[in-house]
Design a binder for this molecule. Structure first.
Ligand SMILES: CC(C)(COP(=O)(O)OP(=O)(O)OC[C@H]1O[C@@H](n2cnc3c(N)ncnc32)[C@H](O)[C@@H]1OP(=O)(O)O)[C@@H](O)C(=O)NCCC(=O)NCCS
Length: 191
């Protein structure tokens, strides 16, 4: 059993360390040339979201409160934002990000995968992004990655493939409904 909730004001070390542990366990690379390279990798795919997009971080926690997985997201148009200028694939996707400006990165602890939790995190962020007026949300993943099937089931359609750093990558997008903000201000309730 897990519950989905926004990170909110929980910036305790135990939570941030748990997020970082899941990030590196899911990263797809185990070795780095040195501490600086490891730190830059963390900053690119996780740190900048924790620092600047705290309102768009969602956690899945088990009954004991332990972090089972996380989603970090951003509503800013990444191809227009200097914050993402180091991610060169956006220059080739900028027409698509006009329609799907929000984006996310999601990772679950290996023990909690394939139990439907990822979709609940995606729904929580998508609902928040829709209420903020974003017309769509995108992800960029490996063209041959296993998670492509997961994103398809979450409503993401393949939009364009590209080569990046020697790998085939795939931009996928999900349109969001235009919906007014809830009067309760609670953007996080599950459907
Ligand atoms: C991708 C992920 C967030 C999906 O969440 P989930 O709760 O496990 O997903 P669901 O239970 O709804 O669906 C299971 C699907 O998740 C994906 N998945 C499960 N384990 C996975 C793994 N180790 N690597 C990649 N995708 C995985 C598959 O698409 C799987 O469907 P399949 O069995 O038909 O291949 C989660 O599995 C995960 O963290 N995977 C590893 C890291 C990752 O791929 N992150 C996304 C980077 S773009």
């Amino acid at each position: 059993m897990v519950a989905i909730a926004a990170l909110g004001d929980d910036t305790t070390d135990v939570t941030l360390i748990a997020i970082e542990r899941i990030f590196f366990a899911s990263a797809g690379r185990a070795t780095f040339a040195d501490a600086a390279e490891r730190s830059a990798f963390r900053e690119r795919w996780l740190g900048r979201y924790l620092d600047h997009d705290r309102a768009h971080v969602f956690l899945a926690r088990d009954l004991d409160g332990a972090v089972a997985g996380y989603l970090v997201g951003c509503l800013d148009h990444p191809a227009r934002s200097a914050r993402f200028g180091d991610i060169s694939y956006y220059s080739g996707f900028s027409d698509l990000t006009e329609r799907y400006p929000a984006h996310l990165h999601i990772n679950l602890d290996p023990a909690w995968r394939s139990q439907g939790i990822g979709g609940r995190l995606i729904d929580a962020f998508s609902q928040q992004a829709a209420e903020a007026g974003a017309p769509g949300v995108h992800v960029v993943t490996g063209a041959a990655a296993r998670n492509v099937g997961f994103y398809r089931r979450c409503g993401f359609a393949p939009l364009r493939e590209a080569q990046w750093n020697g790998n085939a990558i795939l931009m996928m997008g999900r349109q969001l409904p235009v919906r007014p903000a809830t009067t309760s201000g609670d953007a996080l309730s599950q459907p």
